[in-house]
Design a protein around this ligand. Structure first.
Ligand code: DQA
Length: 151
C-alpha cells in the first residue's frame, strides 16, 4: 500500500503555544504537538511534514508546494481561519483533501470565531479537544485517503 505524506500546517501565533493563553490553548508547545502527531503518524504508517508560518502568503506558498508531494493537508490556520479567502482559495486550487482542526472550541468563543472560511471546502473540522483535535483530525484524514484508495 502506498505511504501517504501529509502536510501539517499551522498559522500565525501557533508558534507561541505553551506560552500563549494556556487557559485556552493548553501548555503543550507546537514542537510537542508535532512530536505527538509524528508518533500517531508512524502508527498509521504515514509521514508528516510539519510547517508553521505567521504570514498568509507563506502559508499559501506551502499549500501550492504540496501539489505532487502531499496527499492530504491537516490545517490549523489560527485566526486566518476566520479571515483568509486566500488560504481557502489555495486549498481549493490544489484540491488536496483537507481536515481543519482547532485546539479550542471556536463555537464556544467570540462570535467572530464562529465562521470558518475553510470549513466549507474541508472534509471536516475538529474543534475543542486540544492536541486530540490534531490526532483525531490526522486519523480521519488518513482513514479518508485509505478509503479513496480501495474505492
Ligand atoms: C485556534 C482558534 C482561532 O480562533 C485562533 O485565532 C487561534 C487558534 C485554535 O486552535 O483554537 O489562533 O485556531
Amino acid at each position: 500500500m502506498s505511504k501517504f505524506n501529509i502536510l501539517v500546517l499551522n498559522g500565525h501565533n501557533l508558534n507561541l503555544l505553551g506560552k500563549r493563553e494556556p487557559n485556552i490553548y493548553g501548555h503543550l508547545t507546537l514542537e510537542h504537538i508535532n512530536t505527538i502527531l509524528n508518533q500517531e503518524a508512524s502508527n498509521l504508517n504515514v509521514t508528516l511534514s510539519c510547517l508553521q508560518s505567521n504570514h498568509e502568503g507563506v502559508l499559501v506558498d506551502y499549500i501550492h508546494q504540496a501539489l505532487n508531494h502531499h496527499q492530504g493537508i491537516l490545517i490549523n490556520a489560527g485566526a486566518y481561519t476566520h479571515t483568509s479567502i486566500a488560504i481557502r482559495d489555495a486549498l481549493s486550487a490544489v484540491a488536496i483533501p483537507v481536515v481543519e482542526v482547532h485546539l479550542s472550541n471556536i463555537y464556544k468563543r467570540e462570535d467572530f470565531r464562529h465562521h470558518s472560511y475553510i470549513a466549507a471546502i474541508a472534509l471536516g473540522q475538529i474543534s475543542g479537544f486540544g492536541v486530540e483535535s490534531y490526532r483525531l483530525g490526522l486519523q480521519a484524514l488518513v482513514n479518508h485517503l485509505q478509503q479513496e484508495l480501495i474505492r
